[in-house]
Write a protein that binds this ligand. Structure first.
Ligand SMILES: Nc1ncnc2c1ncn2[C@@H]1O[C@H](COP(=O)(O)OP(=O)(O)OP(=O)(O)O)[C@@H](O)[C@H]1O
Ligand SMILES: [Mg+2]
Length: 500
């Protein structure tokens, strides 16, 4: 626990926010100093994003007080939040997709003479902000056309143009790759050095230990502790988040599944992009795909799923796999949980139960009788530990991590899946939720499903995969048995493309 010396830049005290069926903030406290990087931690649904939406002026609290540099402030709209010097980069980015990067960056505060926007000046300011975050895309590009990482960088650049005193980043690492994240870390350090305060939300302890000065842990909408990160062990933070000591299983050391391969990737090729050959996955096997960003993992999974055109020789259960489109892939028994939340096919306005049941019942979800959806999905949602007030609640109202779990629930509810393709399935999940997810994946595998699991978290692969394939610059360069290979050896191969 820490004590306050000077007047903090920001204090939020006794913040209460109720939603129907949920108390998202239940007397939360947060105090942030000028020039510090303050991490906000907690399980999925603990109330992190809600507290930040209150700070932004997007949600009105039912009780509580906010002070900036000691002065009480009323932030009753997002404009009021921005005017007070608070910029929030949301988990679900709130850029306007049809406007250009430059227009988004200076929305609401474009340089102008009277009503006339000074377009050249705007481009200049926008270019400077994008360059500062290390973006290499043109500011004239339409946001919709940019990859998700570039959109995330645009959102961060926007906070820079707003000259904010407090900048909140809600899980940037859930959408950014390793390289972009390193750039963002540099930006965070330089912003903090200028005396700005950064509130950083992440579920990854390695990032928290690297970038954070202090951390506040929330549980069930309440603050359970404030820590100086330099004197705190990551295990301590995790225990504070999950409350009771909970078993975060390391998988059983099972023999590698034997028998005929279910999925045989003889060759998948896109000239100049990927050239993968000779990956087999047996029923019951979890095959990990390790690699750096751009190594080809996502492309391979999408090509298998018929979502990207590729020259493929792939067999499923001894017969050629016909998956010329995602619909055909689903009919053949494939399921893909894609990496970006925006593509995960959730219908945010529809209920949790309908979303979870949609692939199961093969009918447009709005035609589903509500009861059928609820009955079919209840056990799966419970098993995955999805937190919601009611199965009839719109899925868009769930916390980010809980939305992620509903995507997996869709496929589990469906049944009939023979090959499960998972692309970074644990991004945005808290530690407990990761363990729940891997337990589910293991159960699916044990029921005979072949699983291909792409992850950037090598420790998750070594703990959960039966085999690890390393992809490097579009090729599969090595295969390891995690039971008798060190993580270091695998990491070396991931980076260099050669086995030490
Ligand atoms: N607009 C809303 N309407 C109803 N309930 C909501 C709304 N926003 C959030 N909640 C609920 O409030 C609780 C806290 O959600 P919040 O998004 O703040 O969690 P979080 O800590 O950010 O989680 P994650 O790590 O998964 O992003 C959850 O139970 C969520 O379902
Ligand atoms: Mg959140």
């Amino acid at each position: 626990m820490t004590t306050e010396a000077e007047t903090p830049r920001l204090t939020m005290s006794g913040i209460v926010k109720r939603f129907p069926g949920t108390v998202a903030s239940d007397g939360a406290e947060l105090s942030v100093r000028a020039g510090e990087v303050h991490c906000l931690l907690g399980e999925n649904g603990a109330g992190k994003s809600t507290l930040m939406k209150i700070l932004a002026g997007s949600y009105q609290p039912d009780a509580g007080e906010i002070r900036l540099d000691g002065e009480p402030v009323v932030l009753n709209s997002p404009q009021a939040g921005l005017a007070a010097g608070i910029a929030v980069i949301y988990q679900e980015l709130d850029l306007i997709p049809d406007l250009s990067v430059a227009q988004n960056l200076l929305l609401g505060h474009a340089p102008a003479v009277g009503p006339v926007v000074r377009k050249k000046k705007r481009l200049e300011l926008a270019r400077a902000a994008v360059a500062r975050v290390g973006g290499d895309f043109p500011v004239t590009a339409t946001v919709r056309d940019l990859p998700i990482a570039a959109q995330q960088l645009t959102a961060i650049a926007r906070a820079l143009t707003a000259d904010a005193r407090v900048i909140v980043m809600d899980e940037p690492s859930a959408t950014l790759g390793e390289n972009d994240l390193l750039k963002v870390f540099e930006v965070i350090r330089s912003l903090a050095a200028e005396g700005r305060s950064i509130i950083y939300i992440s579920h990854r302890m390695d990032e928290v230990m690297e970038i954070g000065d202090r951390a506040t842990v929330l549980r069930d909408g309440r603050t359970v502790g404030v820590y100086d990160i330099a004197d705190t062990d990551p295990g301590e933070l995790v225990s504070a988040m999950i409350g009771e000591s909970r078993e975060l299983v390391r998988t059983t050391q099972r023999p590698r599944p034997e028998g005929e391969p279910l999925l045989e990737i003889r060759s998948v090729r896109i000239p100049g992009v990927i050239d993968i050959a000779g990956i087999d996955v047996r029923p019951g096997e979890v095959a990990g795909l390790a690699g750096l960003g751009g190594a080809g993992r996502t492309t391979l999974l999408r090509a298998l799923f018929g979502d990207t055109r590729a020259a493929r020789t792939v067999r499923l259960g001894g017969a050629p796999l016909r998956a010329s489109s995602p619909a055909a892939a689903v009919r053949a028994g494939l399921a893909l949980v894609p990496e970006s939340r925006k593509e995960q096919g959730l219908m945010l306005g529809l209920s949790v139960a309908r979303n979870a049941a949609v692939t199961a019942l093969g009918r447009p979800p709005w035609l589903l009788p509500g009861r059928t959806g609820r009955v079919r999905t209840a056990p799966v949602l419970k098993d995955l530990g999805v937190r919601f007030a009611s199965p009839d609640q719109p899925v868009g109202k769930l916390s980010g991590g809980n939305q992620q779990k509903v995507v997996l629930a869709k496929w589990i509810t469906r049944g009939g899946v023979r090959v499960l393709l998972l692309d970074e399935p644990t991004r945005g999940l808290d530690v407990g939720a990761k363990a729940d997810l891997y337990r589910q994946v293991r159960e699916l595998a044990d029921s005979g499903v072949a699983v291909l699991l792409a992850s950037s978290e090598l420790n998750e692969l070594t703990a959960n995969a039966d085999t690890i394939w390393v992809l490097h610059e579009g090729r599969n360069v090595a295969r390891f048995d995690p039971r008798n290979t060190s993580e270091n050896t695998i990491a070396h191969t991931v980076i260099t493309g050669v086995t030490p």
